[in-house]
Design a protein around this ligand. Structure first.
Ligand code: SF4
Length: 359
């Protein structure tokens, strides 16, 4: 078993979809919020506002048309997409139209994997996906009555595996071992385990079941990574399939990696991409004539009565801004359509931190 950064574990490699995810080269397409299992999957991490809603969201953006999805995938320089929900297979025709658009525009090698809880997976829906060019199917199902549907997907020629939360309790660990053996017997390729996570929508339920957050990150559930290790050791010993454990921290890191790619593509002339995948810029407020003369000297753009300038220019202009008695700040935003603000550093704070760096 290989130990990877941030506590990830891997046995015999991983699927093409995981490879893209690891590189931050995958977009996430939430194709519908409808799923019949919200009452039974106590660990579900889907936010309340998405549950039961027939929404399409690509990465952090609500899509009102397939072209929004294509645009977002291009801006993120993604080489593949993971189609999730809700239960994606409740809308197979919708998946088909998006996949056809993506493959026609970005090439047949653009990789697509689809998650399903198996309820909507039958010969008809899987054929729709296969004909559209879906490459990989990831099943999420505890109910052994539905495991035959995994076999069906294998027989149709998809790359197939299962993706399950690693629940740190005896019966669930036993079930995951049984699933590994089943996947191996039917010719499936992999089992992915995700660290069980606390999110606002499952917090109370997990706590009431006696689960606790890990002391060192507050998101992952205590014992989940140890449970995954036990299952992967079994998988390595008893089967020939691939196994992978994805810790909560790794998911955050992958989002940052995707942001890094997007930030490079979408930075406006006054925004500087950071190593964290965010964008940062300076904003200066004051009389228009002063702002125009600063713009001539340092560059930038006037917007809504403020001068927006690159962070490096803002730092160079600090003393002058103070001398002219102007107000200003550095603003760090997500590289998303809505440029959600992450941090604001007022002028005085930037001046103080620069002085302490100089000392
Ligand atoms: S199948 Fe997936 S989306 Fe549906 S309730 Fe379970 S975990 Fe949530």
């Amino acid at each position: 078993m290989e130990e990877l950064p941030l506590g990830a574990l891997r046995v015999r490699g991983w699927s093409a979809g995981c490879d893209l995810c690891w590189k931050g080269a995958k977009s996430v397409l939430f194709i519908t919020g409808e799923c019949p299992l919200y009452a039974s999957c106590f660990y579900c991490t889907i936010a309340e506002w998405r549950r039961g809603k027939d929404l399409v969201i690509v990465n952090e953006r609500i899509a009102s048309s397939p072209s929004d999805v294509l645009d977002e995938v291009r801006l993120s320089s993604s080489l593949g997409v993971g189609i999730t929900g809700g239960e994606p297979l409740s809308v197979p025709e919708r998946i088909s139209s998006y996949v056809r658009l993506l493959k026609d525009s970005l090439g047949k090698r653009f990789h697509v994997h689809v998650y399903t809880n198996s309820l909507g997976a039958d010969e008809k829906s899987l054929s729709v996906l296969y004909d559209a060019g879906v490459d990989e199917i990831r099943f999420h199902t505890w109910d052994e009555r539905y495991w035959e549907r995994i076999r069906l997907a294998v027989s149709m020629g998809f790359s197939v595996g299962a993706e399950m939360p690693s629940i740190p309790m005896g019966p669930w660990i036993v079930k995951l071992k049984r699933l590994s053996s089943f996947l191996d017997r039917i010719g499936a390729e992999f089992l992915n385990l995700n660290e069980l996570e606390f999110v606002p929508s499952n917090r109370e339920r997990l706590l009431s079941m006696g689960m606790r957050p890990r002391a060192d990150d507050e998101v992952g559930v205590e014992g989940s990574s140890e449970a995954a290790r036990e299952v992967l050791e079994y998988l390595e010993r008893e089967t020939g399939i691939m196994g992978y454990f994805c810790p909560a921290l790794q998911k955050e890191y992958q989002v940052r990696m995707r942001w890094v790619r997007r930030a490079m593509n979408v930075a406006r002339e006054y925004e500087t991409p950071t190593d964290e995948g965010t964008l940062i810029y300076g904003e200066v407020m004051g009389p228009e004539d002063l702002l125009i003369s600063l713009m001539r000297k340092y560059g930038g753009s006037l917007k809504d009565g403020a001068l927006l300038m690159r962070a490096e220019s803002f730092e160079r202009a600090l003393r002058e801004l103070r001398r002219l008695n102007l107000t200003g700040r550095l603003i760090e935003v997500m590289p998303t359509e809505d440029r959600r603000v992450l941090q604001i550093y007022p002028l005085d704070f930037v001046l103080r931190s620069r002085k302490s760096k100089v000392k």
